[in-house]
Each structure stands twice: as structure tokens, then as C-alpha cells.
Design a protein around this ligand. Structure first.
Ligand code: NAD
Length: 470
């Protein structure tokens, strides 16, 4: 029987981070994944290919907007085959790099499906055939998540796709219905809109990106209303039926019943953790009512030898959270006294404008009836935003009025995703609003909006004048 010190199941961002850290700490590691390449959903069918396409979308949109600045380009010619090749090359570069890092770290990689048979052993049904039993001292479960399926909307039509299908970009449809106005629906909707598809979104809740602060979402919603064909809120899809030219969707919503035909339909209504067929019943690992594996702050499951990280271990289902959890699990296994206890896990929606936040949100503060002071700086007053032609943004800080500690940061605007890291650092380091105010930020940059938001906390920022009340 083969033996390993650490068996990591799943080579996505959580799994490979755990494997790499464990190997760096001197442990012998076996990494198992069904896929032929490392990187899991994020790298192969998620974050990375979608961001490559969103980069193209930004370029197309900016080229169109340049007309207003006196620069006119011709209509873009889009070579879908070449665009796909480029996207594949981006993914290939990264998966190739990971494979090299696995080799250099002397990690054993096994392509196959792993299943626990006890608290110290698992079987691997190898991709090339045959089954092997592997005994482990510790295991890290990092099997990720899969798209939620709505049974009533299941169809064999290849015109109805999930995020993986939409990222394959087999063609540029004339029209597309996006079911679900969340992260995936709006990011991929943005890509297809830029490629000239007429995009409609149907969202069952009263607003896009439910749960995200409404003032941040309002900037995005305004822009999308001008770009997308239709945004249907408080509406659900009752049925999808393939026709000769596309898919007929029937809707039920606050405005009554309606129907329309689309060339393609993207379903993006959330993700579910992959906890099935893992042989968990042969261990003490517990799964909660939502399907997530129950873990403690060290990411240890109810079975002392088994850890779980990433999407499978609870929300938020974000790659960067998985990375840090993977590192913590590996360090705990190697005997270090560490825990996963962040104050600020940043979240970024890579739409146009982007929305990013970390730490306490206003929605959460209101729900918990916490008293916070919200200090906002509108990008209309930012020199840098003006030079970019992108005044449609806002930066806000949530500050404890007594201690003046920064508890949360929210940003909407072009490049918000890059800016939020400063907010995460501020929240993690328990920075005070005065720390952000007194830190000299380079001019002219969008980062100044964080400093100026801090200034407004103290009453007045240089570039926004609020008349004093008498
Ligand atoms: P999501 O939870 O972000 O959005 C799903 C949306 O679908 C919600 O707004 C929900 O109200 C709506 N919905 C659910 N059922 C519906 C129905 N029957 N009809 C109409 N609307 C319905 O989920 P997602 O967009 O599928 O993304 C899944 C997860 O993947 C996210 O939660 C996130 O963790 C992760 N993700 C992150 C990023 C990023 O970090 N930029 C990008 C993509 C995905």
C-alpha cells in the first residue's frame, strides 16, 4: 500500500496552496485531482479565463468611448478562434507554471478520483485506469464547488450553458439571457455585451448583486441599464424551451408573465460545494445542512486527521480565501500554532465599473445594528478618475465613531479591485481613519480617494466642500 504524509484532494487554489506549503515545510505530499491540469475551476474555467476576456471587454469599451475624446477607431473585427487561443494560452501558461512548481517541490501528482475508505486511507481511481489505496497521516480536502442546477430549467440544449460553457466562447450570439444577477452573471454578461451580444439579465431578488451595499451597486446598475438590453428584477424563469433559432424563456415576475427568445442562455445562480462521492461516511467528517464541510478555525474537520479548505469549507467561495485556508491547514499539520481568523476577506466583482469591499459592510452593520460612521468620497472630485473619463465611482470607509478604527472599506469604480488591497491592510492592521488620512498617497491616482474618504470622516476633504451647518 502506498503511503504519504499529506494527501491533498483537489488541485485548485486551496488544494495546491496547501500542498505547496506542506512540501515547503518538509512534508511528503501527494496531490490528487481528476483534471489533467492543476489550478482547478479558478484557473481552468473561472477567474483566469474570465479575467482574460474581461480585459478584452475593457479594451473594446474604452476604444468605443475614445470617440468622445477625439479618437475614433473603426468597428472592431473579432476573430473568435484567435481570441479563444489567446485565452487558452493565458491558462496554459499558468497551469504549466504550476506543474513545474509541483515537480520542483517533489510533490507526487496523481490524476484520478479520490475516495476515503477510513480516517487514514483513501482509494484513487486513476485516470489512466486501475485503483490504488493510499495511506495518509493527514488529508486536506479541497474539492471546490460546482454550479447550482435548477431542475426545472434543465435541458439538453447546447444553447443553455453554465459559466464553463459561456467561457468556451464558441461563438458570439446575437442575444443572451443571463439567469442570475450575481458575480458570474454580471461579469460574463459584461464580456458578451462588449462583444456586441444583446444581453438581458433576470434576477429573482429586488436588486443586482444581492447582499452587496446598495450604494456601491447603484453605480454599476446605472451603467448596465445603459448597456444591457433588459434587466428584469424580482423575476424568475419558469421554463426554457429550445426553438429553431434559439431558446424561448418564460418569465414570472413583479411585472407579470412574459416570454422572449434568445440565441443563448447562461445560468449562473450560485455554486454548491462538492461533498458527494468522497466516502465521507467512512470518516467522522461532518457536512452541514448547506453541504459545507464543518471545520474549526484551524480548518480541521470533526475527523482529527482530515482538514478542509476552500469552497467546500464555507463561504465566501473565493479563491484568495482558499489560498489562505490551504496555507493554514498545511502549517497546522506541520505542528505550527496558527489559525484562519481574518478580519477582512476582500471581495471583487470584476464588472465595469468594478465593485470591491472588505471587512464590515454597511448592509451587515445595519443588520447587526452597529453604529458606524460612513465616510464617502465621490470620484467626481478625483483628478485621476476625471483623466480616465471615469467619474462613475465612489470610495467609502466604515469607521467606528468612538475608536476611529477603520472597520470596512467599499469601493466602486474602474480598477476598484486593485484598490481594495489597501483597505484590507487597513482593516487587518486595525488602522485608524487618521492613519489613512495622514499617509501621503501619490497624486494623481485613484488611491487618493481612500485618503480623501478618511479626510471626510474628520469633516472636510480637500476636494469636496460640505457647507458647515450653522
Ligand atoms: P451568486 O450567488 O453571486 O449570484 C447568483 C444570483 O442568482 C443571485 O443574485 C441570486 O439571487 C440569483 N438567483 C438564484 N436563483 C435564481 C433564479 N431561479 N432566477 C433568477 N435569479 C436567481 O452566484 P454566481 O454568480 O453563480 O457565482 C457563484 C460564486 O462564485 C459566487 O458566490 C462567488 O463566490 C464565486 N465567484 C466569484 C467571482 C469573483 O470573485 N469575482 C466571480 C465569479 C464567481
Amino acid at each position: 500500500m502506498a503511503k504519504t504524509q499529506v494527501a491533498v484532494i483537489g488541485a485548485g487554489t486551496g488544494g495546491y496552496s496547501a500542498a505547496f506549503r506542506a512540501a515547503d515545510l518538509g512534508l511528503q505530499v501527494t496531490l490528487i485531482d481528476r483534471g489533467p491540469t492543476l489550478g482547478g475551476v479558478c484557473l481552468n474555467r473561472g477567474c483566469i479565463p474570465s479575467k482574460a476576456l474581461l480585459h478584452v471587454a475593457a479594451l473594446l469599451n474604452e476604444a468605443r468611448e475614445a470617440e468622445g475624446w477625439g479618437v475614433t477607431f473603426g468597428e472592431p473585427k473579432i476573430d473568435v478562434t484567435k481570441l479563444n487561443e489567446w485565452k487558452k494560452s493565458v491558462v496554459g501558461k499558468m497551469t504549466g507554471g504550476l506543474a513545474e512548481l509541483v515537480k520542483r517541490r517533489k510533490i507526487t501528482y496523481q490524476q484520478g478520483s479520490a475516495k476515503f475508505v477510513s480516517s487514514t486511507a483513501l482509494t484513487v481511481e486513476k485516470a489512466g485506469g486501475g485503483t490504488e489505496t493510499l495511506e495518509f497521516e493527514h488529508a486536506v480536502l479541497a474539492t471546490g464547488s460546482r454550479p447550482t442546477v435548477i431542475p426545472s430549467l434543465q435541458t439538453k440544449s447546447n444553447r443553455v450553458v453554465d459559466s464553463t460553457g459561456a467561457l468556451e466562447l464558441t461563438d458570439i450570439p446575437k442575444s443572451m439571457l443571463v439567469v442570475g444577477g450575481g458575480y458570474i452573471g454580471l461579469e460574463l454578461g459584461t464580456v458578451y455585451d462588449a462583444l456586441s451580444t444583446r444581453v438581458s439579465v433576470v434576477e429573482m431578488m429586488p436588486g443586482l448583486l444581492p447582499g452587496v451595499d446598495r450604494d456601491l451597486v447603484s453605480y454599476l446598475a446605472r451603467r448596465l441599464q445603459g448597456r444591457f438590453e433588459k434587466i428584469m428584477l424580482e423575476t424568475t424563469v419558469v421554463s426554457l424551451e429550445e426553438t429553431k433559432a434559439g431558446v424561448r424563456a418564460k418569465f414570472k415576475g413583479k411585472d407579470g408573465d412574459s416570454e422572449a427568445e434568445y440565441e443563448k442562455v447562461l445560468i449562473a445562480v450560485g455554486r454548491r460545494p462538492n461533498t458527494q462521492n468522497l466516502g465521507l461516511e467512512t470518516t467522522k467528517v461532518q457536512v452541514n445542512e448547506r453541504g459545507f464541510v464543518v471545520v474549526d478555525e484551524q480548518r480541521r474537520t470533526a475527523e482529527g486527521t482530515i482538514f478542509a479548505v476552500g469552497d467546500i469549507a464555507g463561504e465566501p467561495m473565493l479563491a484568495h480565501k482558499a489560498v489562505h485556508e490551504g496555507i493554514v491547514a498545511a502549517e497546522v499539520i506541520s505542528g505550527q500554532k496558527v489559525a484562519f481568523e481574518p478580519h477582512a476577506i476582500p471581495a471583487v466583482v470584476f464588472t465595469d465599473p468594478e465593485i470591491a469591499w472588505c471587512g464590515l459592510t454597511q448592509t451587515q452593520a445595519e443588520k447587526e445594528r452597529r453604529t458606524v460612521k460612513v465616510a464617502k468620497f465621490p470620484w467626481g472630485a478625483s483628478g485621476r478618475a476625471t483623466t480616465l473619463g471615469r467619474n462613475d465611482g465612489m470610495t467609502k470607509l466604515l469607521v467606528d465613531p468612538e475608536t476611529e478604527r477603520v472597520l470596512g472599506v467599499g469601493i466602486v469604480g474602474a480598477g476598484a479591485g486593485e484598490l481594495i488591497a489597501e483597505g484590507a491592510l487597513a482593516v487587518e492592521m486595525a488602522a485608524l481613519a487618521s492613519d489613512l488620512r495622514l499617509t501621503i498617497h501619490p497624486h494623481p491616482t485613484l488611491s487618493e480617494t481612500i485618503m480623501e474618504a478618511a479626510e471626510t470622516f474628520f469633516g472636510q476633504s480637500l476636494h469636496v466642500y460640505a457647507a458647515k451647518r450653522s
